[in-house]
Write a protein that binds this ligand. Structure first.
Ligand SMILES: Cc1cc2nc3c(=O)[nH]c(=O)nc-3n(C[C@H](O)[C@H](O)[C@H](O)COP(=O)(O)OP(=O)(O)OC[C@H]3O[C@@H](n4cnc5c(N)ncnc54)[C@H](O)[C@@H]3O)c2cc1C
Ligand code: FES
Length: 285
């Protein structure tokens, strides 16, 4: 039981209010979920921080972790973007407005926003792992939160323009004077006006200054693997580089031992870690 008497293994009853494809190949679908019971909504938003995840479940079908893709100020709903991978995510993709779904969370530590106060944020994302970085950027955009941070630079790569998520919103970020947005795709396409190349190369090209900055990297393992050394090359100290780890999970609350790396549980101590913390862990990631 948690402090509020809620059994953390019991999913919160939710239902889908909006479901729409993010990508033109229909591999990425976004779901906006609302709470069946308003008390659960109040409890969720008391505890939610960008960077956290939830376990989504469907009775008889399974349960899996997904990063929260919305900021608290956006409204009384929770957004997730789900990439079709195996049987459970394929099933989630069939859900439509009105359908029921269970949710456990928010889980994990989230981004250490208090520690980042007054800093420049360099947000670097790729693929569907950009979802929690989208939530982070939306959080920073709120007029009440924006003064907490200095410069905001977002670098976001997708394999093709058709796979770019949150298109309409991100398009509007080019008009904002309080941030820089750099989008990239892997190979040239007609009508693409932004960067072409892999995320680590784009980071080198944009060359963000490490001065008073933190860098947050979330993407496929290969992208993260090659982006971290670029940041180190640019002068970012390991304590100022953060990433979010994805590992197979079961309980999501540090009880079952499914997700540990050495003494750390990804579900409870993470999923967000600094590079300094990761360097101190056994090399099984
Ligand atoms: C903290 C966290 C946050 C996540 N956030 C998101 C998100 O926002 N959106 C999203 O689409 N997915 C996210 N994932 C991954 C998601 O949980 C898996 O894709 C999902 O569990 C696959 O379930 P499945 O039954 O459809 O596929 P399975 O049949 O279980 O697997 C299909 C394929 O996906 C791979 N896979 C399964 N789980 C993972 C995992 N945890 N990490 C890497 N590869 C995996 C398998 O190796 C296999 O190749 C997140 C995972 C974690 C741990
Ligand atoms: S998933 Fe059970 S300990 Fe992390």
């Amino acid at each position: 039981m948690t402090d509020n008497g809620h059994n953390p293994y019991n999913p919160i009853p939710m239902h889908v209010v909006r479901a729409y494809f993010e990508s033109n190949d229909h591999s990425l679908k976004t779901f906006e979920l609302v709470f069946d019971d308003h008390k659960d909504c109040i409890e969720f938003f008391k505890n939610y921080n960008p960077g956290q995840f939830c376990q989504l479940s469907i009775f008889g079908k399974g349960e899996a972790p997904f990063g929260v893709a919305s900021a608290a100020w956006e409204g009384e709903f929770v957004r997730f973007t789900v990439q079709k991978m195996g049987s459970f995510t394929q099933y989630i993709h069939t859900l439509k407005a009105g359908d029921s779904i269970g949710m456990r969370g928010p889980l994990g530590n989230g981004f250490p926003l208090a520690e980042w106060k007054g800093k420049n944020l360099v947000i670097i994302g790729g693929g569907c792992a950009f979802s929690t970085l989208y939530a982070l950027t939306k959080h920073v955009h709120h007029p009440q939160n924006r003064p907490d941070f200095d410069q905001l630079i977002v670098i976001y790569g997708a394999r093709t323009s058709g796979l770019c998520m949150y298109k309409h919103d991100i398009q509007s970020w080019y008009q904002r004077e309080d941030m820089q947005i750099h989008q990239a795709i892997d190979v040239p396409e007609e009508d693409w006006l932004h960067h072409v190349g892999y995320v680590p190369d784009v980071v080198r090209e944009v060359s963000p200054s490490p001065e008073n900055a933190v860098a947050i990297v979330c993407g496929p393992p290969i992208m993260t693997k090659f982006t971290l050394p670029v940041l180190v090359e640019l002068g970012f100290a390991p304590e100022t580089i953060f990433t979010s780890l994805e590992k197979r999970m079961k309980c999501g609350i540090g009880k079952c031992g499914r997700c540990n790396i050495g003494p750390k549980y990804i579900c409870k101590d993470g999923p967000v870690f600094s590079l300094a913390e990761l360097n101190a862990l056994p090399a099984d990631i």
